[in-house]
Design a protein around this ligand. Structure first.
Ligand code: PEP
Ligand code: MN
Length: 263
């Protein structure tokens, strides 16, 4: 179902009033995690003014350590809904199981399946039955074929509103958090009709590399970007080193408009 043979024309995924996979570059931006009302609303107004279309923020965080901040849960979802009301932005948040999914569908416009759950087949089937558009991240060590088969799990439940997100894969190279596989963008777009976006934040783990990789992703034909931004990255409870400052995000958005106009 996800292959080009099954459908010739590109799929456009609708998230609230936002289209992903159409002629406009769609930028998803916001903090790694929803931390507080003050933090989220500041981030939301900032990314909206800079021209982002969708606000992100994790309420259920799949952290490597059980002692790290795990997210605000339903309280975080309520804050995302409040930020959406204030700014008009659409919203996306990660779901990790049945409980978080049941809550998230009440509050956000799009569900994210994270890299660590890309082959959680029961979760894929549940988001496939949710009726919400899905942001499906590539697994930490997933091949393109495994990634597309994960999308097939969602689509075979009747949900074709899927955006694929390249977020870097594990390699021997440890000087960046992951290795961004930019070639996956044109490759997957040739194999599938689904939109493909790039997350340079988790791919690199380093805010200095986010801008160059974001520009390269747009030049490679990505339909959108997912970028972590925090009002005060040094205070972030999660992924501070890769989060852009508001000023960096504003200038990146300007650069991206220039690259998008050229491709
Ligand atoms: C995230 O987007 O917050 C996240 C945890 O990303 P990934 O699943 O790609 O690691
Ligand atoms: Mn993060």
């Amino acid at each position: 179902l996800v292959s080009r043979e099954a459908r010739e024309e590109n799929t456009v995924v609708r998230v609230g009033h936002v289209a992903i996979g159409g002629s406009q570059l769609a930028v998803i931006a916001g903090p790694c995690a929803v931390e507080s009302r003050e933090q989220l609303l500041a981030a939301a107004h900032m990314v909206q003014q800079a021209g982002a279309a969708i606000l992100r923020g994790g309420a259920f965080k799949p952290r490597t350590s059980p002692y790290s901040f795990q997210g605000l849960g339903e309280k975080g979802l309520k804050l995302l809904a409040e930020a959406a009301r204030q700014t008009g932005l659409a919203t996306v948040t990660e779901v990790v199981d049945e409980h978080s999914l049941e809550l998230a569908v009440e509050y956000v416009d799009m569900l994210q399946v994270g890299a660590r759950n890309m082959q959680n087949f029961r979760l894929l089937q549940m988001v496939g039955r949710s009726g919400k558009p899905v942001l499906l991240k590539r697994g930490l060590s997933a091949t393109v074929e495994e990634w597309l088969m994960a999308a097939e799990y969602i689509m075979s439940e009747g949900n074709g509103q899927i955006v694929l997100c390249e977020r870097g894969i594990r390699t021997f190279e440890h000087s960046t958090r992951n290795t961004l596989d930019l070639s996956a963008v044109p490759l997957v777009k040739s194999l599938s009709h689904l939109p493909v976006i790039v997350d340079p934040s988790h791919a690199t783990g380093d805010r200095r590399l986010v801008g160059p990789m974001a520009r390269a992703a747009v030049a490679a034909g990505a339909d959108g970007l997912l970028i972590e931004v925090h009002p005060e990255p040094t205070q972030a409870l999660c992924d501070g080193p890769q989060s852009l400052t508001p000023a960096q995000f504003v200038s990146l958005m300007e650069e991206l408009r220039a690259v998008a106009a050229a491709v």
